[in-house]
Design a protein around this ligand. Structure first.
Ligand SMILES: Cc1cc2nc3c(=O)[nH]c(=O)nc-3n(C[C@H](O)[C@H](O)[C@H](O)COP(=O)(O)O)c2cc1C
Length: 318
């Protein structure tokens, strides 16, 4: 079992298993769910689930904090909690439209009110005394239920409804992965992972990427007159992870070179584009950087690193 990064949605969560796997979120002190909760976690991890345990939250703040957590988790999680906890947190699971969870596993009787709010969610009620097949363990019941769950119908986003659904809809567009780089005023290389890359125009040769206003490197990119876009190949997945984490040491151990502008060109990338900043367009919570390509290089024999539905993928030729 591995421990995953501890902060999601501004909360300290405990995590087990591979962060790329579908998430099961446990809410409430796990020891109150069952004395065997550790076995549940182990079984779920072994069955390919990423198990997160939300911290115990202040009454009154619970719903808002939980909603922040759910929006930040990279996939719509299964929720595992007691009936008592569910009664308090059910409003956080629904904004408008589809719930922020994929299904519910509730220990004890599901309170009527919560059940009404969560009418459309697949539900497993775990009541060891009454509901199990003879001989079926809790773990088997949980795993069987999780395996059977899949989205039952198309999901809809409407203006004003939850950002989670919009993110999931956008995640249906498969992209490559790039590391966008520049040099700051002191000559230090800066860079971050970005999949918002797009070609724009051939004549003149323009490309773009979108940078979050929240980026710690926003001003550096705004001040620099050049940037480079490095398209990653499948072997550069660790680099994508490193350039997406908040750490000052992203370039440690990374081979890079410069061409004409000084913007770091990551050696061995699938393709690199050196650009002069052509236009910066403000667009909501991002800035769109449009660059005029001054030089490009590509490697014709490698496969791209892909990103789809919040996970890294590779090309599959049938
Ligand atoms: C696959 C992937 C694609 C990403 N695409 C973008 C993007 O297009 N724009 C962006 O601003 N952040 C994107 N990010 C998030 C940044 O890489 C991440 O927030 C990074 O820590 C920002 O670092 P900074 O604040 O130092 O700039 C992406 C992350 C991943 C893993």
């Amino acid at each position: 079992m591995t421990i995953s990064p501890p902060r999601i949605g501004g909360l300290d969560v405990q995590g087990w298993g591979d962060p790329e796997d579908p998430v099961v979120l446990m809410i409430g002190p796990p020891e109150r769910l069952s004395p065997g909760w550790r076995q549940w976690v182990r079984a779920m991890v072994e069955a390919g689930r990423h198990v997160l345990i939300a911290p115990v939250l202040e009454p009154g703040e619970e719903a808002a904090a939980l909603r922040g957590l759910l929006i930040d988790i990279s996939s719509r999680p299964a929720i595992l909690c007691s009936a008592e906890t569910l009664a308090r947190v059910a409003p956080a699971l629904v904004v408008t439209g589809p719930a922020l969870a994929s299904c519910l596993i509730v220990v004890g009787d599901t309170p009527g009110e919560a059940a009404a709010i969560l009418d459309n969610l697949p539900l497993l009620t775990l009541d060891p005394a009454a509901l199990h097949e003879p001989g079926e363990t809790d773990e088997a019941a949980i795993l069987g239920f999780l395996e059977r769950q899949a989205p039952r119908e198309a999901l809809y986003y409407q203006s004003g409804s939850d950002p989670r659904t919009l993110r999931d809809a956008l995640g249906c567009f498969a992209t490559g992965v790039t590391v966008v780089t520049t040099l700051d005023e002191t000559g230090q290389p800066v860079g971050l992972t970005a999949n918002s890359f797009s070609s724009v125009s051939l004549d003149p040769p323009l490309i773009l990427f979108c940078l979050a206003r929240s980026s710690s490197n926003l001003e550096r990119f705004q001040r620099a007159e050049h940037f480079a876009i490095n398209v990653l190949h499948i072997g550069q997945q660790p680099m994508s992870g490193a350039f997406a984490r908040s750490t000052a040491e992203r370039f440690d151990g990374v081979a890079w070179e410069t061409w004409e502008t000084g913007a770091p060109i990551l050696s061995g990338s699938l393709a690199s584009f050196e650009c002069a900043t052509h236009q910066v367009v403000e667009a909501g919570d991002h800035l769109v950087f449009i660059g005029r390509v001054t030089r490009a290089r590509f490697e014709p024999r490698r496969d791209p690193l892909l990103y789809f539905r919040g996970r890294y993928r590779r090309l599959h030729f049938a």
